[in-house]
Design a protein around this ligand. Structure first.
Ligand code: FAD
Ligand code: SF4
Ligand code: SF4
Length: 480
């Protein structure tokens, strides 16, 4: 076989300039054209599938050299190249337009790419996004779906899914493809979970998520919105009507800071702030009538993806934004691309400060935050992060809006279900993702705490497989 030419440098994806993008919520990264995608695909060394470290790094084990290879193989026929590449991706991942945009690739598929030894790692995420976007724009995904639907063999069994986030949507899609009658119960008025209400338009345009959901409907999945399980109806009631249940209710309850002044006006949780911005479309005010009040000086507390999204959204309302984090820059957990974009957009970072008091004015509105300065020790905690301690020194920063983004935990309505085993607020599951209630499975943030989209999707796939095995056994027992 001829030796491949090593092309060290990544083909960059075009981005809108920072000064332009802070004035709107339009997507920042413009993605590859077919020509650019092929150029980047040519950099892949096509490591054998049983060895390729990129496949091992992807939580759902997409055949990465397989899909990238299709782009190069059929470079003279873009539609064919994309259709075959999408087919490879769909075998493991039903939401590639989303994961290509939001996966933390640097810690997953791209982490151990062998190209990293001689140059830049292959831009796997952007290639995946390209395939999904091109397929959607050209109707190739619809074509592929219409080839799958007639082959579905209907089963006379029903599955209820709680929550329409990436875990629930993936489980629903996989089960529908296996022929089950699937209904999703979603608490909010729109399906999508964090993809709709958390991650902003400039990172993940909502029409993309809506189109992914439309595909599920075409597969026959029913989605009932404004249905809160635990309130509108219970898991016990669902079990009377359905043969199995999957819980994908996420971790949507924000953690709060226990400090004086936390109830002052002008202090939001990132959840509330981002929901107003995204789901209620405050960024289109006055066209949409849910305003969100963003002050001139905004402090965002935390340094994960949620904090970055809140900070970058606030910046787009014209605010001067500072991210305050109790640890150092090495411990920032947000995706590297988001941190870089935040810096380019003029967001300031203050490290090693921890809020101890929120200070209000005479009207009960926040006007400043008092922080204790922190110091890192050499010793590391269970997650490998350096332990931090207070120094006894303080600093006060002025702010008229404060957004708290220090994490979330699963919603109590579900975890309080009688008979459902829960530890540290998370639903406990066995190796098949079955909970302590027979026939009830769970996955995503509801079992992991705050994690990632692709891990939630991986759980959805795995649970669908386990539910299929469980229901196949049930059918066979009924026949015997
Ligand atoms: P969710 O997405 O939370 O969906 C759960 C769904 O269940 C919701 O729609 C909710 O309304 C519904 N629900 C809850 N309770 C009930 C009930 N009682 N009855 C009916 N329905 C119910 N991950 C990444 O990989 N990359 C990123 O860039 C990234 N950025 C993020 C940015 C933000 C702002 C946030 C908040 C998270 C981000 N994450 C990111 C994390 C990622 O979004 C989550 O790990 C993922 O969405 C979890 O999926 P899920 O399906 O388990 O839960
Ligand atoms: Fe990489 Fe995520 Fe795609 Fe897997 S799903 S290949 S981790 S971008
Ligand atoms: Fe291609 Fe890198 Fe994966 Fe090898 S490790 S197949 S070079 S993407």
């Amino acid at each position: 076989m001829p030796r491949r030419k090593i092309i060290k440098e990544r083909v960059p994806t075009p981005e809108r300039p920072a000064e332009e993008r802070i004035k709107s919520f339009i997507e920042v990264n413009l993605g590859y054209t077919f020509e650019l995608a092929v150029k980047e695909a040519e950099r892949c060394l096509q490591c054998p599938a049983n060895y390729a470290p990129c496949i091992k790094g992807c939580p759902v084990h997409i055949d990465i050299p397989g899909f990238i290879g299709k782009l190069v193989e059929h470079r003279d026929n873009p539609d064919k190249a994309v259709k075959e590449a999408l087919n490879v991706i769909w075998a493991c991942n039903s939401l590639p337009a989303t994961t290509g945009r939001v996966c933390p690739q640097e810690d997953q598929c791209e982490m151990n790419c062998v190209m990293g030894k001689v140059g830049d790692k292959v831009n796997i995420g952007k290639l995946e996004r390209f395939v999904a976007d091109y397929a959607r724009e050209k109707g190739i995904d619809e074509e592929l779906l219409s080839e799958i639907i007639p082959g579905i063999e209907k089963k006379n069994q029903k599955v209820a899914i709680i929550g329409a986030g990436p875990a629930g949507l993936t489980a629903a899609g996989e089960l529908a493809k296996l022929g089950y009658d699937v209904t999703i119960y979603e608490a909010l008025h729109e399906p999508g979970g964090v993809l709709m209400y958390g991650i902003p338009e400039f990172r993940l345009p909502k029409d993309i998520v809506e189109k992914e959901i439309e595909k599920l409907r075409k597969l026959g999945v029913r989605i009932l919105t404004d249905h809160i399980v635990g309130r509108t109806l219970t898991i016990e009631e669902l079990l009377q009507e359905y043969d199995a249940v999957f819980i994908g209710s996420g971790a949507g309850t924000p953690r709060l800071i226990n400090a004086p002044g936390i109830n002052l006006n002008g202090i939001y949780t990132a959840n509330e702030f981002l929901t107003r911005v995204n789901l209620m479309k405050a960024y289109l005010f006055p066209e949409y009538d849910t305003p969100v009040k963003v002050g001139r000086r905004v402090i965002v507390i935390g340094a994960g993806n949620t904090a970055m999204d809140a900070a970058r959204s606030a910046r787009r309302f014209g605010a001067d934004v500072t991210i305050a984090y109790r640890r150092g820059e090495e411990d920032v957990s947000a995706r590297i691309e988001e941190v870089e974009h935040a810096k380019e957009e003029g967001i300031k970072f203050e490290f090693f400060i921890n809020p101890v008091e929120f200070i209000g004015d005479d009207t009960g509105k926040v006007k400043a935050v008092k922080f204790e300065k922190m110091r890192a020790l050499d010793e590391r905690d269970k997650r490998g992060k350096r332990k931090i301690v207070g120094t006894g020194e303080y600093v006060t920063l002025e702010a008229d809006t404060v957004i708290i983004a220090i994490g979330k935990h699963p919603n109590r309505l579900i975890v309080n279900t009688p008979g459902l085993k829960v530890e540290h607020g998370r639903i406990v599951v066995d190796e098949n993702l079955m909970t302590s209630i027979p026939g009830v499975f769970a996955g995503g943030d509801a079992i992991r705490g705050e994690a990632t989209v692709i891990l939630a999707m991986g759980d959805g796939r795995m649970a669908a497989k386990a539910i299929h095995e469980y229901l196949t056994k049930k059918r066979e027992e009924q026949k015997a």
